[in-house]
Ligand binder design. Sequence first.
Ligand SMILES: Nc1ncnc2c1ncn2[C@@H]1O[C@H](COP(=O)(O)OP(=O)(O)OP(=O)(O)O)[C@@H](O)[C@H]1O
Ligand SMILES: [Mg+2]
Length: 225
Amino acid sequence: MGIIELSNINKYYYMGENALHVLKDVSLTVEKGDYLAILGPSGSGKSTLMNIIGCMDVSDGGEYYLDGESVHNAKEEELTRIRNEKIGFIFQKYHLIPTYNVLQNIVMPLLMRGLTLKEAHEHSMEIIHMLGLSDRIEHKPSELSGGQQQRVAIARALVGEPAILLADEPTGALDKNSGIEVLKLFQRLNDMGNTIVMITHDLGVAEHAKRIVKIVDGELTIQEK
Ligand SMILES: Nc1ncnc2c1ncn2[C@@H]1O[C@H](COP(=O)(O)OP(=O)(O)OP(=O)(O)O)[C@@H](O)[C@H]1O
Ligand SMILES: [Mg+2]
């Protein structure tokens, strides 16, 4: 069984009497250690699919197993736990907490698991070092470049050793060089064994992954690279 197993996932958005069918019988297997890009144009359903994979939203029918746990019939509290334990999120716009410094942002997922600040700090030193953020830990996000902010977001995503890293347009807000840095980092993380799912509308970005699946109008087409 793959680390992600989606079968026949459907999603509708209801607006008045009209239902918009946004995901149509989506089935997808992602193995541990894979690096997958989900490529599709604007409005094709990428973020909707990411929200479901990331346990931030539930599907209307279909089955979803994440790291062996059934998600499709999980209750809200369970989804929150699965999210915290299994998924490291990376967003286009970083989503850092502006009033927290770099260290406080990075250790957040560990504090949510009940570690003390001291334990969380110790636990995250290696990742902070690996991402070259050691001399920035007391800075606020507003005092960092876009590329640095995204590295903080990646450190926060990694610190809890999630089963998968889930990234929605991770280079979308970055200049070319910072974007290349982030993609190099993803490559390194994947070489180290991390499973990555990256969502993008940009073929040039998707081509950095091991495998690409396309989504058009809510339908997924699997293709090998
Ligand atoms: N909460 C919502 N209510 C109603 N319709 C929605 C909602 N969220 C998304 N949609 C619609 O669902 C479709 C898919 O949206 P989604 O955000 O998944 O696309 P996307 O592929 O991520 O696009 P983009 O590349 O622009 O981010 C679109 O037609 C969108 O208008
Ligand atoms: Mg989107």
